[in-house]
Ligand binder design. Structure first.
Ligand SMILES: *Cc1c(COP(=O)(O)O)cnc(C)c1O
Length: 445
C-alpha cells in the first residue's frame, strides 16, 4: 500500500486499505472518505488498491460457516480497521438477516433468489450495508450527509428502506416519471422521514446525469456533503460479492464448474462477482445478460465502447445505456480485452424473448421469474449451447415487483407478499422536477 499519497490522515492510511480513483487524477484515500464522497474529486470511481485472495482453507470449509461469517471474512480486508471488527460483524449480521436460497431449475441451471429482503430487491444488501457504514462514520460527524441517488427501478426502494431513520443522513431519490412499476414507485415515495422522492420528467439516464452534475457542482458541494448510493459507491457495490460466495456454499457439493449469468444494468453486481473471483472463489466464467441496452454486448464484439441513450424495456432496472461499473470491470482485467473476453460473455435479449423465457420457466419448470431473472435465464441457456457448466442466474427481484408483465405472460394472479402489500395502501408523496436547476434549487432550499 502506498501511504505517501494518502492526504487525509497519513498514519491511518498505513494500516488500512486505500482506494484510488480510476481517473488517476485524485489522491488515494480511506474507505470512509470514499464512502462519504461516492465519486472521487476527479469524477473517477474508487477502486481498492489491492485484492488479496482468501486462504484456500476458507473455501474448503465454507459450508460450515454462517452467511455472516463468510461475509465478514470476505469483506474485512477492504474495511478493517476503519470500522472496528466488532462493529463490522454487527453491520454484516444486520445486513444479512434474510435468506439467499439457490433453487434448481434443471440439471444444469439454478437460480439464486436475491429477493428475500425487506424491499424484495437484491439491492437491499448493498443499501443496508452502506447505510450502516455511513451511520457509523456519521456518529462522529456534525454535518448531515445527503445521499443523492438516481433509480431506474429497484435502487430507490432498497436505498430508501435501508437508510430510513438513519441519523444525520438525508436521502433524495430521483426516478423517471412513469418508467418504474407501481409497486416500485410506492416503495420509494411512501416512506417519509429522512427520505424524499423527486419525480423526474425524463428517462433514467436523465436522472443519472442530474446526479452526476450535482456531484460536479462545486457551488453545491461547498454548501453540503453529497454522496451517492448507486453502485458507484464502494459500500453499495462491494457487499454484493457475498451472493457469489453464498451460492458456492450451497452448490459446492455438486463438484461442477460454476458460471454466473447476471442480469446487468450498471454492471455493479457482476463486477462484485468478479471481485469474489479475485478473492479466490472458483468461478469459471461470467455471463452479462442484457436487455436491448446492449452497450457492453457491442463492445465485446467491436472493442469500441460506444454508450447510447437508454431504451425502455420490461426489465427496466437494466435500462442503462452507459453502465458506470464497466470501467471497474476493465480494471479488474488489467484493461486487457483478451483477458476480459476469456472471463465474460454477454448477450442481449428483446422484450419478446424475455416474455417467452418467463413463460417457459413457468410452463416447463413451474418457476415464476421476474423479467430480469428471465433475461439471466436466457443468458444461461445460450452459454450452455456451447459450454459445459452449472450456470446460476441471479433472480434480482421478486416477480410481484413487475406484476403487470408477469401476470400478463403467465396468465395467473400472483399474491402480493406482505412487504409489498403494506406499501400499496400508502399515499405517494413526490416532488416533480424537470431540470438540473430544479434539483439544485430543491437541494439548496
Ligand atoms: C439494479 C438491478 C439490476 C442490475 O444490476 P446492476 O448491478 O446495475 O448491473 C438487475 N435487476 C434488478 C431487478 C435490479 O434492480
Amino acid at each position: 500500500m502506498n501511504s505517501a499519497v494518502c492526504p487525509q490522515s497519513p498514519v491511518f492510511c498505513q494500516n488500512t486499505m486505500n482506494y484510488y480513483s480510476l481517473n488517476k487524477k485524485a489522491p488515494n484515500t480511506t474507505f470512509e472518505d470514499a464512502v462519504v464522497r461516492g465519486l472521487a474529486p476527479d469524477k473517477g470511481l474508487y477502486f481498492p488498491e489491492s485484492i488479496t485472495p482468501l486462504d484456500a482453507s476458507f473455501f474448503e470449509t465454507i459450508e460450515d460457516k454462517s452467511n455472516s461469517e463468510i461475509a465478514f471474512e470476505a469483506i474485512k480486508q477492504f474495511i478493517l480497521p476503519e470500522i472496528p471488527e466488532d462493529v463490522l460483524k454487527t453491520i454484516v449480521e444486520e445486513t444479512l438477516n434474510f435468506d439467499f436460497p439457490v433453487v434448481e431449475i434443471n440439471e444444469n441451471i439454478s437460480t439464486l433468489e436475491l429477493f428475500h429482503g425487506p424491499t424484495m430487491a437484491f439491492k437491499d444488501v448493498g443499501a443496508r450495508f452502506m447505510a450502516r457504514c455511513l451511520g457509523y462514520f456519521n456518529k462522529t460527524n456534525t454535518k448531515d450527509v445527503t445521499v443523492l441517488v438516481a433509480t431506474s427501478g429497484d435502487t430507490g426502494g432498497a436505498v430508501a428502506n435501508g437508510f430510513l431513520g438513519v441519523k444525520g443522513v438525508n436521502v433524495v431519490i430521483l426516478y423517471p416519471s412513469g418508467k418504474v412499476s407501481d409497486i416500485q414507485e410506492k416503495q420509494l415515495t411512501t416512506l417519509g422521514q429522512n427520505i424524499t422522492a423527486l419525480e423526474v420528467d425524463g428517462v433514467f439516464d436523465d436522472c443519472q446525469n442530474m446526479v452526476k452534475q450535482a456531484f460536479m457542482d462545486t457551488e453545491l458541494t461547498s454548501k453540503m456533503q453529497l454522496t451517492s448510493a448507486n453502485s458507484i459507491n464502494i459500500a453499495r457495490w462491494l457487499p454484493q460479492l457475498f451472493y457469489f460466495m453464498f451460492t458456492y456454499k450451497q452448490l459446492k457439493s455438486k463438484n461442477k464448474d460454476l458460471v454466473f449469468s447476471v442480469p446487468s444494468g450498471n454492471f455493479g453486481n457482476i463486477c462484485a462477482g468478479m471481485v469474489a473471483q479475485k478473492l479466490g472463489l472458483p468461478i469459471k466464467h461470467f455471463i452479462a445478460a442484457n436487455n436491448a441496452n446492449a452497450t457492453v454486448v457491442n463492445y465485446m464484439i467491436s472493442q469500441t465502447y460506444n454508450p447510447k441513450p437508454s431504451v425502455q424495456t420490461i426489465s427496466n432496472a437494466m435500462d442503462v445505456g452507459n453502465p458506470s461499473n464497466f470501467i471497474r470491470i476493465q480494471e479488474l482485467h488489467n484493461n486487457d480485452f483478451d483477458t476480459l473476453k476469456a472471463n465474460l460473455s454477454s448477450y442481449s435479449y428483446t422484450d419478446d424473448e424475455t416474455k417467452a423465457a418467463l413463460l417457459e420457466l413457468y410452463n416447463d419448470f413451474n418457476y415464476v421469474a421476474d423479467p430480469h431473472g428471465a433475461v439471466g435465464y436466457l443468458g444461461a441457456k445460450d452459454y450452455l449451447k456451447e459450454n459445459e457448466a452449472h450456470v446460476v442466474f441471479l433472480e434480482t427481484a421478486h416477480p410481484t415487483k413487475f406484476l403487470d408483465v408477469v401476470e400478463d405472460v403467465i396468465r395467473e394472479n400472483i399474491d402480493l407478499p406482505p412487504q409489498i402489500e403494506a406499501v400499496m395502501h400508502k399515499e405517494k408523496v413526490a416532488i416533480a422536477i424537470n431540470s438540473y436547476d430544479a434539483l439544485k434549487a430543491f437541494l439548496l432550499r
